[in-house]
Write a protein that binds this ligand. Structure first.
Ligand code: S3P
Length: 443
């Protein structure tokens, strides 16, 4: 686990102001490098997220013989020399997904199609996260997956795959994408159905690489493999990550006199739950410069301070905001009235148990939050701060508490925050540029 790294945060001295570009979308960065590596030809990618999670995915392909040219020092632009669906080589070592669930779960679909075996592991947090949800479907397709209790480390022996009709019990884009990637190698049409729609970046990106994916009116996803992926002739541009933008949108909604603009944020409706929930909490957000980037829409989001109120979250919005609940909990603890979240038990198996860890941290800061098995009830009010909380190596907990601290009465110390580097390496300097009071401790 990414331990260490202490943040000192809050309270904000003035309203937040300015324009920022947050880094590229994490989910799309993983998928872009995966499809590019498996395509015939060379793909240029711009707007890649140079966080540890996406770099772990890129590194896995390097270990399997794919060559990647980084086009700038920041590692936001790259050229991937694809080797085709059947061109990967057996890696000489165990592959390491680090902290990234998306990396390992999607790659399980790729490993399932190879004619060699791979052993994959991850950090301490990833080693306790459930993998059966991806091990079972790839087993049904014909791969052999071995590992104690279906936890990492796992060894996957790929093989000749057959198509399946996968009915997912969890609303998980990682599970869906794992099956769709394995389906590229299978004989016949694979279908996936999910209990609620989840982010559809894989379905949108595969056609750019020449592989159609269709979705029936009832949401059933169908993939008939064409037998190859082809590098697109135009570069792939990745929009800015709405999950990273949410930290600043919430901070600006909470801190008096704030007025900020977040540039070219991904507006995919299946990622926009945070915006619907924050609007329902009275957040003042408006869109400017709406545009299309590839198959995804983007817009600048103008956020102006307006005090927030609590809300009962519509369970249908949960998958579309699944990564944003830590910071929405922070917002709720500073809003007026009650915030109720249910049907969100998936939060307990993220990079940390996000219901328990946020409840512990916010209670230490003075919040009124009651944990529920599948969510939380938060009665908003004041946060005293003046406490030391533990982010438990979970990037989104660290950033959410840094946002909460902006409206606390006194400073907070946030320990084990180094994991911010997995998804948003420049969070602190960007937050400072908007006027947030946050810094790394020298100690
Ligand atoms: C992701 C899917 C979500 C999300 C994760 C990224 C993806 O996970 O929490 O951060 O890129 O597919 P689940 O599929 O487990 O819900």
């Amino acid at each position: 686990m990414n331990v260490g790294g202490t943040l000192i945060a809050g309270p904000a001295k003035t309203g937040l102001s300015g324009k920022v570009s947050v880094p590229g979308d994490k989910s799309m960065s993983h998928r872009a490098v995966m499809l590019a590596a498996l395509a015939d030809g060379t793909t240029e990618i711009h707007g890649f997220l140079p966080g540890e999670d996406c770099l772990a995915t890129a590194e896995m392909f390097v270990q399997m013989g794919v060559s990647i040219d980084w086009l700038n020092n920041e590692k936001t632009s790259l050229r991937v020399h694809g080797v085709g669906l059947h061109g990967l080589k057996k890696p000489s070592n165990t592959l390491d997904a680090g902290n990234s669930g998306t990396c390992v779960r999607l790659m399980m679909g790729v490993f399932a199609g190879q004619d060699f075996d791979v052993t994959v592991t991850g950090d301490a947090s990833l080693q306790v996260r459930p993998m059966q949800r991806v091990a079972d479907p790839v087993r049904n397709m014909g791969a052999v997956v071995e590992g104690e209790g279906d936890l990492l480390p796992l060894t996957i022996q790929g093989g000749k795959l057959k198509a399946i009709q996968h009915v997912s019990k969890v609303a998980s884009a990682q599970v869906k994408s794992c099956v769709l990637l394995a389906a590229l190698y299978a004989e016949g049409e694979t279908t996936v159905s999910e209990p609620r729609p989840t982010r559809d970046h894989t379905e949108r990106m595969l056609p750019l690489f020449g592989q159609p994916v269709s979705v029936d009116d009832d949401g059933l996803i169908r993939l008939n493999p064409t037998g190859k992926l082809t590098a697109p002739s135009e570069p792939v541009y990745i929009p800015a990550d709405p999950s990273s933008a949410t930290f600043f949108a919430v901070a600006a909604s909470l801190v008096k006199d704030s007025d900020i603009t977040l540039e070219r944020i991904g507006m995919n409706p299946l990622r926009n739950g945070w915006k619907r929930i924050l609007s329902g909490m009275n957040g003042d957000m408006s869109l400017q410069n709406e545009a299309l980037v590839g198959e995804e829409s983007v817009a600048d989001i103008h956020v102006v301070y307006r005090g927030l109120n609590g809300v009962k979250v519509n369970p249908a919005d949960v998958p579309d905001a699944i990564d944003e609940f830590p910071v929405l909990f922070a917002a709720a603890s500073l809003a007026q009235g009650e915030f109720v979240l249910s049907e969100a038990e998936e939060l307990r198996v993220k990079e940390s148990d996000r219901i328990a860890v946020m409840a512990e941290a916010l209670q230490l800061a003075g919040a009124n939050i009651a944990e529920k098995p599948d969510g939380a009830v938060i009665v908003g009010g004041l946060l005293q701060g003046n406490c030391t909380v533990d982010a438990r190596g979970d990037h989104r907990i660290a950033m959410a508490m840094a946002v909460a601290a902006q409206c606390a009465e006194s400073e907070m110390t946030i320990e084990n925050a180094a994991a911010i580097a997995t998804s948003f390496p420049d969070f602190v300097p960007l937050a400072q540029s908007l006027g947030m009071n946050v810094r790394w401790s020298e100690k």
